[in-house]
Design a binder for this molecule. Sequence first.
Ligand code: ADP
Length: 196
Amino acid sequence: MTRLLLIGPPGAGKGTQAARLSERLAIPAVSTGDIFRDNVRGGTELGVLAKSFMDRGEYVPDSVTNDLVMDRLEAADADSGFLLDGYPRTTDQVRELDEFLAQRGESLDAVVQLTADTDETVSRLLRRAKDQGRSDDTEEVIRHRLDVYAAQTAPLIDVYADRGLVIRVDGLGSMDEVTDRIVDALERRGIGAAAL
Ligand code: ADP
């Protein structure tokens, strides 16, 4: 049973690493960004609502996001653990996740903080904008997403650091290098070794 969070600024490579770690650790990756984008593509009610926030680089309201994630974590495949990518992002979301886990007698094993400096993340996001055409990857929206991250999400790292959960990993380098760094750091904590 491994319960992990991946936290870091937009463009740090969370999505890429989440997919790889999910495979290596045999736990589902739950990405709120992906869930919202799937809903936008599917034209669901949730998608229409989420899009109005995402396109401006704002967070989707906590009430919506919390319900969505708790439903997902109740699914059977999350019984063996999970890797949350992009959630929690606000103190309200931290509280919600804490309560959910406490009710089940569970707790987090580690919070992987993926670091990357702003110049690098902005250039990665602009490159991705060209490749994938994500509607929240324009320069203006990217800058706003970075500000929202700094104001609302970066402070969560201190909250988890106070609990002794944070593992800081340098997100610069090739995708393989970064994955190996994370896996090594987790192993040093005795996390995931059985599944590797
Ligand atoms: P990135 O890590 O590049 O910012 P994500 O794919 O994680 O991208 O998220 C894209 C957008 O989806 C966010 O800017 C936000 O609008 C919305 N979103 C994702 N996760 C959350 C969350 N936990 N709370 C609120 N909004 C979220």
